[in-house]
Design a protein around this ligand. Structure first.
Ligand SMILES: Nc1ncnc2c1ncn2[C@@H]1O[C@H](COP(=O)(O)OP(=O)(O)OP(=O)(O)O)[C@@H](O)[C@H]1O
Ligand SMILES: [Mg+2]
Length: 259
């Protein structure tokens, strides 16, 4: 594949059909995943049913509105966005008629590859800068219908890249390419920088993760205002994460917003 090839064409090889097998399968270290709270690959893990429930709620709204790109946002850092984005992607990939592509757009502090315990040849930011092919970035972890576009290292000034027409076209192509595929996008926090806001208007819908005790009421209010008023993306709902009361039964509580 030539550098600069369109995302649609480039990614077609791995999931042109929702049921096609990946080309290059990367083995996953299951202990590493569980240490990082990545559990949804394992249907026997009790917490994985929580992500299946969230999956059902999210996919119901996305299907009704023909939405295919989903951002995971939070007011402040360490709310659990990346962990949730990976688990939700895996849960979606368990559905035979669906596939999940997880895109790491947290260019400032990328962590998807680290949490998965794997690496790619090149980084997504390099592809968006026209420095490599998408094939060199794309990985297929050892779970059918699940693929990942990650970053090996942080990027300076990511808001410019996220707000660029190249990123806009890339998202548009990913969206148009495969009707059955859900593209999940891991983003940095909303409050600390304008990275997330730069790209949110190009993403169909979002869920907001709020970690118990980590964000103030004002930060939550500000974040909701940012998503609702400054971006055209639709907020599907909020997930209350790390809830002390629910920790044993269900560490994730979901509140739908009504799309
Ligand atoms: N439900 C949970 N209960 C307890 N700890 C959790 C939960 N979800 C995530 N964590 C932990 O919280 C930390 C932050 O998680 P994660 O990296 O997913 O957050 P983030 O919102 O993506 O952070 P950042 O804003 O830095 O990207 C990690 O150590 C993770 O293991
Ligand atoms: Mg993160």
């Amino acid at each position: 594949m030539e550098h600069g090839q369109g995302a649609g064409e480039a990614a077609a090889g791995q999931s042109s059909s929702a049921t096609s097998e990946p080309e290059r399968v990367i083995p996953l270290d299951l202990e590493h995943l569980e240490r990082h709270r990545i559990v949804a690959f394992n249907k026997h893990n009790l917490i994985s049913s929580v992500f299946d429930l969230l999956r059902t709620q999210v996919l119901h709204k996305m299907k009704a509105n023909n939405w295919r790109t989903l951002a995971v946002v939070s007011p402040t850092e360490a709310s659990g966005k990346t962990v949730l984005a990976i688990n939700l992607s895996m849960s979606i990939a368990h559905l035979l008629e669906r596939s999940a592509l997880l895109v790491d757009f947290d260019f400032r502090r990328p962590s998807v590859l680290r949490y998965l315990g794997t690496q790619s040849e090149k980084s997504l930011h390099q592809y968006l800068h026209g420095q490599c092919t998408l094939d060199e970035v794309l990985i297929h972890p050892q779970l059918p219908r699940f693929s990942v576009l990650g970053n090996r290292e942080p990027v300076a000034n990511p808001a410019e890249l996220l707000g660029s027409s190249r990123t806009e076209n890339f998202l548009q192509e990913l969206r148009e390419q495969n009707e059955e595929r859900i593209v999940l996008i891991d983003l940095p926090p909303l409050i600390s920088a304008d990275d997330a806001l730069a790209v949110l208007p190009r993403i169909d819908c979002a869920i907001m993760v709020v970690a118990n005790g980590l964000s103030s009421e004002q930060e939550v209010r500000d974040s909701l205002r940012i998503v609702r008023q400054m971006s055209s993306t639709q907020l599907l709902g909020t997930v209350l994460n790390k809830s002390r009361d629910e920790q044993i039964r269900n560490p994730y509580g979901y509140t739908g917003e009504g799309a």
